[in-house]
Write a protein that binds this ligand. Structure first.
Ligand code: BGC
Length: 424
C-alpha cells in the first residue's frame, strides 16, 4: 500500500461538512437580513472596486454580472436547507462523511424578546434526530454571527448587560439539546466578527470604532465562558470549544526584524488573545484555517500573487501544518479543524486543497498533535455574507435557479474515496 494512503486516521475521526443557519436555511429574519435589504444596492455598486481592483478576483469577468446585481446580496430563500435537510444529510452520508457542523438560528428560537418559539425548537430536535438516524454526529454551533433584531437593537454584544440575553438562549439550548450531543461549538470566529462588524465597518452594524471592537471581543470571551459552564452543567461529558479563525502568520523574510515583530504581534492578537482568555473553558481547540499571511516589515502584507481562489485569497493549504503545531504547543488540547475550504466555482483547486490539507494533518499527527476531526467548509454552496451568492465553497453545488438542485462536485467524490482509504 503506498505510504500516503495508509490508514492513519483513527476509526472515530470526524470527517465532516459544515454549514451555518443564515447561510443555508432560507426564510430567516435577523439583524443580517435587515442589513441586506438596506445595503444590497450599495454592495452591488461597490463590487467592481472591491473584487476586481482591490482583491483581484481571478473570476471577475465571469461573476461580474451577478456581483453587480443587488439580488446577489439577499439571502432570501437560502438554499432551502431548512426544508431539504434530509436530502442534504443523505448526500453528506454518500460522501463518506460522518459528521455535520451546523448552527442554531437564535432569531427563530426567540424572534421576540423572551418569547420562545417551541415549534422551532422542535425543528432542530428533528434535525438532530435525523442526523443521528443516519449515524452522522451532530456538532452544534450556538452562534454563527446572526442575532435577533431585538437583540441587535439593544446594542448586541457591545454591552455587557446584554450578555444575560445570550446566556438565557444558551441555557435553553443546553436544556433542550446538550444531553443528545457530544460536541458543541459556542461561538464562530469572534475575532472576525468583532473586527469586520465593529472595526472595519464592513458588516452589520458597520461600526468603525476600535473601542467597540475591543468591547465586543472582550464580551465574547465572557459569553463563551458562561456558555461553557451552562452546557457542561447539563452534560458534563460534552466537549465544548470555539471555532477560531487562526491564520498561519509568517515573516516574509526570517532575517527581517520588523517582519518578525509584526508576525509576533499579529499571531498574538489575531490567533491567541481570545484562546488565552478561555484556556480553562475549552475541551478542544477549534481551528478554522483559510489564510497564510506573510509580513514584510511593519504590518505590510506581501503574499504571493498566485494561486488565488475566486475571492482573490492567496491559497497555501499546507500552511495548516505549522499552524497545527503551534496551536498544539500553546494549548495541549485536542484540535478539531472546524472549518477549511476554498471558493472555487470551477472545482479547479478544491481537490488539490483537500489533498494538501490531509497531508498537513497527517504530518502534524505523526508529530504527536492530537486531531479529532476535520470539517470542510462548506457542505453546500451558500450565502457568503457580504459577498452574497456568487462564491462557491460547496462540496455540493446548488443550482438556485433550477429548483435548488444539488449536484456533488468531482472533488468531493475524490474526497469520499480518500476518506474510505484513510479509515481503518
Ligand atoms: C466563516 C463562514 C464563511 C467562510 C468563508 C468563515 O470565516 O465562518 O461563515 O462562509 O469563512 O468566508
Amino acid at each position: 500500500m503506498p505510504e500516503d494512503t495508509k490508514p492513519v486516521f483513527p476509526k472515530n475521526f470526524l470527517w465532516g461538512g459544515s454549514t451555518s443557519s443564515h447561510q443555508v436555511e432560507g426564510g430567516n429574519y435577523n439583524q443580517w437580513t435587515v442589513w441586506e435589504q438596506k445595503n444590497a444596492e450599495h454592495l452591488a455598486k461597490n463590487a467592481e472596486s472591491l473584487l476586481n481592483w482591490r482583491w483581484n478576483s481571478p473570476v471577475w469577468p465571469e461573476i461580474k454580472k451577478q456581483a453587480m446585481s443587488p439580488d446577489n446580496y439577499i439571502s432570501g430563500r437560502g438554499v432551502e436547507h431548512y426544508s431539504k435537510y434530509k436530502q442534504d444529510f443523505d448526500l453528506l452520508k454518500s460522501l463518506n462523511l460522518n459528521t455535520l457542523r451546523f448552527s442554531i438560528e437564535w432569531s427563530r428560537i426567540e424572534p421576540e424578546e423572551g418569547k420562545w418559539n417551541q415549534s422551532e425548537v422542535e425543528h432542530y430536535r428533528r434535525y438532530i434526530a435525523e442526523l443521528k438516524k443516519r449515524d452522522i454526529e451532530p456538532v452544534l454551533n450556538v452562534w454563527h454571527w446572526t442575532v435577533p433584531v431585538w437583540f441587535d437593537q439593544k446594542g448586541g454584544f457591545k454591552y455587557r448587560k446584554n450578555l444575560k440575553y445570550f446566556n438565557r438562549f444558551v441555557h435553553l439550548i443546553a436544556k433542550e439539546f446538550a444531553k443528545d450531543l457530544k460536541y458543541v461549538i459556542t461561538l464562530n470566529e469572534p475575532n472576525v466578527y468583532a473586527s469586520y462588524s465593529h472595526q472595519l465597518g464592513l458588516w452589520p452594524p458597520q461600526e468603525k470604532n476600535p473601542l467597540s471592537m475591543a468591547r465586543v471581543y472582550w464580551n465574547l470571551t465572557k459569553a463563551h465562558k458562561s456558555a461553557y459552564y451552562l452546557l457542561k452543567h447539563e452534560n458534563h461529558r460534552l466537549q465544548v470549544g470555539v471555532a477560531s479563525q487562526l491564520a498561519n502568520i509568517q515573516s516574509k523574510n526570517p532575517h527581517d526584524l520588523f517582519g518578525e515583530m509584526s508576525t509576533k504581534v499579529m499571531r498574538y492578537f489575531w490567533n491567541w488573545w481570545f484562546l488565552n482568555r478561555i484556556k480553562r473553558e475549552q475541551d478542544f481547540v477549534g481551528v478554522n484555517y483559510y489564510f497564510t499571511d506573510y509580513y514584510n516589515g511593519w504590518f505590510k502584507h506581501s503574499n504571493p500573487k498566485v494561486p488565488l481562489n475566486d475571492l482573490g485569497w492567496y491559497m497555501e493549504p499546507e500552511g495548516l501544518y505549522p499552524l497545527l503545531l503551534r496551536a498544539w504547543a500553546h494549548y495541549k488540547k485536542p484540535i478539531i479543524v472546524t472549518e477549511n475550504g476554498v471558493a472555487d466555482m470551477h472545482d479547479e483547486y478544491r481537490r488539490w486543497w483537500l489533498e494538501e490539507t490531509i497531508v498537513s494533518m497527517r504530518r502534524a499527527m505523526s508529530q504527536g498533535v492530537v486531531i479529532k476531526g476535520y470539517f470542510y467548509w462548506s457542505l453546500l454552496d451558500n450565502f457568503e455574507w457580504s459577498q452574497g451568492w456568487w462564491p462557491k465553497f460547496g462540496l455540493i453545488e446548488v443550482d438556485r435557479k433550477n429548483g435548488m438542485k444539488r449536484r456533488v462536485r468531482e472533488s468531493s467524490k475524490w474526497l469520499a474515496e480518500r476518506i474510505e482509504k484513510l479509515s481503518p
